[in-house]
Write a protein that binds this ligand. Structure first.
Ligand code: NAD
Ligand code: IPM
Ligand code: MN
Length: 366
């Protein structure tokens, strides 16, 4: 193919299972690239605990520069017991917050659906979770993660939840616009019965809704929302949350399909998009080649969507579904003696994603 689109991906494997799962995502991207008329480079950069060990900081300046100059950032995970005694700016997790802030990616999109092949992997009743399809729109660069004052005091510690009207407005627009392309329903989650910042959240979200008469809006308190996500997930379409509530609710919702390892995310709205699975570094299974790479593979699909390669993104999603349907499961979804490794699963997805690409190409030629 002449003059393929060429993308520079900043690859931040990070810690724990991060290297294992991102490697598979690159394998699958490689499997679909040329047939879809694009090429990419994936330059590796230090991030998190690995960066701290090597350079003394979790988010080195050259990693920052490389991310800002890239077309997209693919991240594994950061943190782990080795660095649990670090504090403040030294913590691997604070490096991740600094990366999100540096890129300005205020909108964290966390889609959750329950693939048919997995309805029985859920700890919940298949008839309740089957067909659940939720998009969490989580505010990512504000709220209690970033508010001041913060830190230790003489006799305690404080963290402050702050949202400006402008921060709430822009994330609300993202939620309503996504809902327009889905089932037209937004549930906004807050704690407006207690927190002033949530009172403002509720007011501003309702005002923004005036611009989207085709989208229904309802407000739920976070405590009730948590219960409803488990009790009846099919009632949700788009769920709009602040930073902390979205973090908690999306891990909770991972129990619907049955594993945290399944959930992808895209963080957008800034200069360059950041794509990472929802899970962390999973120190309990790191280095074993047993982690589920699906969250990262689907994050790579979101990356392709964002770069304007929707057919390649669909091929990746097809590959994941087809590998699951063919009975390939990692150990979070199957008994150990039936489970395949991270890399085997990645290879099974890659070959199916590539076949899908070729089948579609020959169909359009005939
Ligand atoms: P975790 O998400 O790493 O793990 C929680 C549980 O889910 C573990 O039992 C783990 O084995 C399992 N799990 C997670 N991903 C999996 C996968 N792909 N396949 C199979 N099982 C998987 O959460 P944690 O244990 O609370 O945190 C560990 C470290 O990761 C901490 O340092 C935390 O701060 C960090 N963390 C980082 C990110 C990130 O980088 N985005 C996100 C969450 C947590
Ligand atoms: C996530 C993680 C991060 C967050 C941590 C590691 C900073 O839990 O991406 O969900 O809370 O945003
Ligand atoms: Mn989290």
């Amino acid at each position: 193919m002449e003059n393929p689109n060429r993308y520079e991906i900043a690859w931040l494997p990070g810690d724990g299972i991060g290297p294992e799962v991102t490697r598979e995502a690159l394998r699958v991207l490689d499997a679909v690239a040329s047939a879809h008329g694009f090429a990419f480079t994936a330059e590796e950069h230090l991030m998190g605990g690995a960066a701290l060990d090597e350079t003394g900081v979790p988010f080195p300046d050259d990693t920052r520069a490389a991310c800002q100059e890239s077309d997209a950032v693919l991240l594994g995970a950061v943190g782990g017991p080795k660095w649990d005694d670090t504090t403040g700016d030294q913590r691997p997790e604070s490096g991740l917050l600094a990366l999100r802030k540096a890129l300005g990616v205020y909108a964290n999109l966390r889609p959750i659906r329950v693939p048919e092949a997995l309805a029985s992997a859920s700890p919940l009743r298949p008839d309740r979770v089957g067909g659940a399809d939720i998009l969490f729109v989580r505010e990512l660069t504000g709220g209690i993660y970033f508010g001041t004052p913060e830190g230790r005091t003489d006799d305690g510690a404080r963290s402050t939840m702050v949202y400006t009207e402008a921060e709430i407005e822009r994330i609300a627009h993202v939620a309503f616009q996504r809902a327009q392309r889905r089932d037209g329903h937004v549930t906004s989650v807050d704690k407006a019965n207690v927190l002033e910042v949530s009172e403002l959240w509720r007011e501003v979200v309702s005002e923004v809704q005036d611009e989207y008469p085709d989208v229904m809006l309802r407000h739920l308190y976070i405590d009730n929302a948590a219960m409803q996500v488990v009790r009846d997930p099919q009632q949700f379409d788009v769920v709009l949350t602040g930073n902390l509530f979205g973090d908690i609710l999306s891990d909770l919702a991972a129990a619907l399909p049955g594993s945290l390892g399944l959930l992808p995310s895209a963080s957008v709205g800034g200069t360059v998009g950041l794509f990472e699975p929802v899970h962390g570094s999973a120190p309990d299974i790191a280095g074993e080649n047993t982690a589920n790479p699906i969250g990262t593979l689907l994050s790579a699909a979101l990356l392709l969507d964002e770069l304007g390669e929707p057919d390649a993104a669909d091929a990746v999603r097809y590959g994941v579904d087809a590998a699951l349907e063919a009975g390939f499961h990692t150990s979070d979804l199957a008994p150990n003696d039936e489970a395949v490794s991270t890399s085997t699963f990645g290879r099974e997805v890659a070959s199916r994603a590539a076949d899908h690409t070729h089948q579609n190409a020959s169909a359009s030629l005939s």
